[in-house]
Design a protein around this ligand. Structure first.
Ligand code: NAD
Length: 502
């Protein structure tokens, strides 16, 4: 490793088990799967592969902890203290967790550091938020009294994607356990390691056995099994829109509560009055952060025709300067793609654009990275001469590929921005306050980023309109998605009630 490389904390184990009822266990069948470092293509570790019998064990442990355990009965301040402890342990092991996340995903050091930091802050955020999460006292006629209680929903299955393994887990685990639920987490089979670590850390911090269970395994096998499981009360899913639709269908059989954080094709609008330098740098980050493998990636770039040439000269030049390399190096901007399959998907989209008449302005093919020849790498790619009906404009690519076109005025660009089945993120670059307000109001998306490339911090609601899903995570409202509201109506009148007049 070069001098600029993060110092190795030697965290790797050869084998990672399932985490059920507070213990690391093997799968009942003894089955394992391999997780690979996508930057090198080398096997990273062997991981126990959960079967449906293991999912049953995890659900039973979660159910028992929920019905008979003490976690949901703890005073709220005590649960908050444990959440702080989880954050403290994670912070004390920060470099180790960052390194493990990089090895499992191929993401760059700066991306992993930011995401692990946010995961820690999420536990701190919910430790605070839970203290203020309470029911209401409601207006009823004088001799009555009505109040509500927020009760934990029960056993929640939480299904996580591979692009932000630990951060997405924290978005789900922290609010669920904060309110007193028990959970069964199914990480993506490509990236299970940091979620397993999180389960262990929760237990070390004082979360009782059975409250947090982690079962890596196949989505179609145990993911789907958990969605259909009669003893699971809620499914919180982050992943692709097609799987989200399947999950919504399967969950309807048992009328489970469902939260869906799905895909996106977010627009990035640069007006002629934008601060050009900020817009170029922000647009670069908006698409190429996390190697474009982001649900909120601003993958459709709309530039006002008056500044197109000037913007593109800078944007293309900076894109060419992005450094692909050792993900553990501080100077690396772009990490690897998650696997060969995703690399093929990205390349097929680029080829489809060429076949449909678009122009590859830069990039457009798998990249070769010295010292990492066995890994999965793709060049940061800009595609021009696109039309709204092309696949690369309509569909989520989930890679470092942005499509660029021009617009003439506000009305036209609002129409273009909303011309999608998705509605997750969007960016506006402008110095005109009135225009910013009008466009922000008109965009049909859950998140509008104004002169800012970042989509969220702990506390800001994150979630989609349209086919990007529903439910908001990362915010106070999320606590409502893990609770039921119970209404208690009492009568305090001096005379007995006799509503039938008998
Ligand atoms: P995916 O849908 O393939 O898988 C997500 C998870 O679901 C994995 O754990 C997988 O094993 C599991 N799964 C697969 N089939 C299942 C089934 N039939 N039943 C239950 N579970 C099943 O998605 P991915 O490729 O891991 O992640 C990329 C996708 O996630 C992109 O579409 C991206 O936009 C989306 N995403 C959305 C957000 C958001 O907050 N909106 C955040 C990150 C990623």
């Amino acid at each position: 490793m070069s001098q600029a490389t993060v110092e190795s904390q030697a965290v790797k184990r050869d084998f990672y088990g399932l985490f059920i009822n507070g213990e690391t266990v093997e799968s009942e069948s003894g089955r394992t799967m391999r997780t690979v470092n996508p930057a090198t293509g080398e096997v990273l570790a062997e991981v126990a592969k959960a079967s449906t019998a293991d999912a049953d064990r995890a659900v039973a442990a979660a159910r028992d902890a929920f019905e008979n355990g003490k976690w949901k009965k703890y005073p709220v301040g005590r649960r908050a203290k444990v959440l702080h402890k989880i954050a403290d342990i994670m912070r004390s092991r920060f470099n180790e967790i960052v390194e493990l996340e990089i090895l499992d995903t191929g993401k760059s050091l700066s991306a992993a550091q930011g995401q692990v930091s946010q995961a820690i802050e999420n536990f701190e955020f919910y430790a605070g938020a839970i203290v203020g999460h309470r029911g209401t006292v409601n207006n009823v006629p004088g001799q009555f009294h009505n109040y509500t209680e927020k009760e934990p929903l029960g056993v929640c299955a939480q299904i996580i994607p591979w692009n932000y393994p630990l951060m997405m887990a924290s978005w789900k685990v922290a609010p669920a356990i904060a309110v007193g639920c028990s959970i069964v987490v199914k990480p993506a089979s490509l990236t299970p390691l940091t979620a397993i670590l999180l389960g262990e850390i929760c237990t070390e911090a004082g979360v009782p056995a059975g409250v947090v269970n982690i079962v890596p395994g196949s989505g179609s096998e145990i993911g789907n099994y958990l969605v259909e499981h009669e003893d699971v009360d809620k499914v919180a899913f982050t992943g692709s829109t097609p799987i989200g639709k399947e999950i919504m269908g399967s969950a309807s059989e048992t009328l489970k509560r469902v939260t869906l954080e799905l895909g996106g094709k977010s627009p990035n609008i640069v007006f002629a009055d934008a601060d050009l330098e900020a817009a170029v740098d922000g647009s670069l980050f908006g698409i190429f952060y996390n190697t474009g493998q982001s649900c909120e990636a601003r993958s459709r770039l709309y530039i006002h025709e008056d500044i197109y040439d000037e913007f593109m000269a800078k944007f293309v030049e900076k894109t060419k300067q992005l450094k692909l390399g050792n993900p553990l190096d501080k100077g690396t901007h772009i990490g690897s793609i998650i696997d060969q399959n995703q690399l093929n998907v990205i390349d097929a989209y680029v080829q489809s654009a060429i076949e449909e008449g678009a122009e590859v302005i830069t990039g457009g093919k798998p990249a070769s990275v010295e010292g990492f020849e066995g890994g999965y790498w793709y060049e940061p790619t800009i595609i021009g001469q696109v039309t709204q009906d092309m696949k690369v404009v309509k569909e989520e690519i989930f890679g470092p590929v942005v499509v660029v076109s021009t617009f003439k005025d506000e009305k036209e660009v609002i129409k273009l921005a909303n011309d999608t089945e998705y509605g997750l993120g969007s960016s506006i670059w402008s110095t005109n306050d009135g225009r910013i307000k009008r466009v922000a109001n008109a965009i049909r998306a859950g998140i509008v980023m104004v002169n800012c490339p970042f989509s969220a911090f702990p506390g800001t609601p994150f979630g989609g309109y349209k086919q990007s899903g529903f439910g908001r995570e990362l915010c106070i409202e999320t606590l409502d998605l893990y609770t039921e509201t119970k209404s208690i109506l009492s009568y305090y009148g001096s005379r007995p009630l006799n509503p039938f007049g008998m």
